[in-house]
Design a protein around this ligand. Structure first.
Ligand SMILES: NC(=O)c1ccc(NCc2cccc(O)c2)nc1
Length: 250
């Protein structure tokens, strides 16, 4: 998968390209990340990349011309890559809320260009002209779109086939089945006087699968009932949730 990034702080993306699962995916060539900096397209002596807002008010906006040229340079590079035309995404609190389902949809794209805003954002006419979709990682304001862009990229990259590999497949992730994750345990068996649930030591993989599913259902019911409302539970899930809730009362 090909990612183009438009940002005043391209170095921030090293957090994604030089570390962990995403870093390995880039190193192995399964994912590519290229950056374009609007400052490289600011031709005045001060390399101005911000501009004052019409109508007054606090803060600045990103200057149109350097940003527009950086986006167009990213598009031009994307056009050299095989696959469907790039989808240009702007990260902002005004965008579509990102969730696991949205990440799966974005995974279907061959090329994504992510525009990270700074200051108070960008001119609406540039959004209308250059941006295909606005996305948000949550209802809060960050000082820039870079961390939102990296969040979106990471959640998509880990879904790219063969990035996680079979031993950590993304399907087992919580949210992949619309539920919260079950509790996890590792050595030692007794930790600070607390034991690992016996079922996990039993080696009975069917019992373990059912226990984990029951825990996910129970946790989701307790912590995020809204997620349950969006699900049609099958018979097994309904039975396990009922068991969990009955055990809870004891
Ligand atoms: N929730 C998000 O995805 C998100 C994205 C960006 C961002 N900061 C840059 C910015 C960009 C545009 C308008 C604006 O007000 C702030 N903050 C939060």
């Amino acid at each position: 998968m090909w990612f183009g990034v438009v940002s005043l702080f391209p170095d921030m993306f090293r957090a994604l390209t030089e570390h962990g699962v995403s870093g390995r995916a880039v190193k192995q060539g399964k994912v590519s990340v290229s950056c374009w900096n609007p400052r490289d397209y600011a031709y005045d002596n001060y390399q101005t990349v911000d501009d004052r807002p019409y109508g007054g008010g606090p803060g600045m906006l990103m200057k149109i011309q350097p940003l527009e040229e950086a986006i167009q340079a990213a598009r031009h590079s994307a056009d050299q890559q095989p696959g469907k035309p790039a989808k240009v995404i702007y990260l902002s609190p005004q965008g579509r809320k990102l969730d696991q389902q949205g990440a799966l949809e974005l995974l279907q794209e061959d090329k994504l260009i992510l525009v990270a805003g700074r200051y108070e954002g960008i001119d609406e006419r540039l959004i209308e002209r250059e941006i295909d979709e606005e996305w948000s990682i949550g209802d809060f304001v960050l000082s820039g779109g870079e961390m939102a862009a990296m969040t979106l990229m990471d959640t998509v990259i880990r879904l790219v086939p063969e990035v996680l590999g079979h031993n950590q497949s993304a399907e087992q992730d919580s949210f992949m089945d619309g539920l919260l994750d079950c509790p996890h345990y590792t050595r030692p068996e007794q930790y600070q006087g607390r034991a690992v649930p016996d079922v996990l030591l039993s080696g009975n993989h069917e019992k373990i699968r059912r226990w984990r599913l029951k825990q996910s259902l129970g946790r989701t019911w307790e912590r995020r009932p809204d997620l349950l409302d969006a699900l049609e539970l099958n018979n097994e899930q309904q039975t396990l949730l009922t068991e969990y809730l009955n055990e809870r009362e004891t």
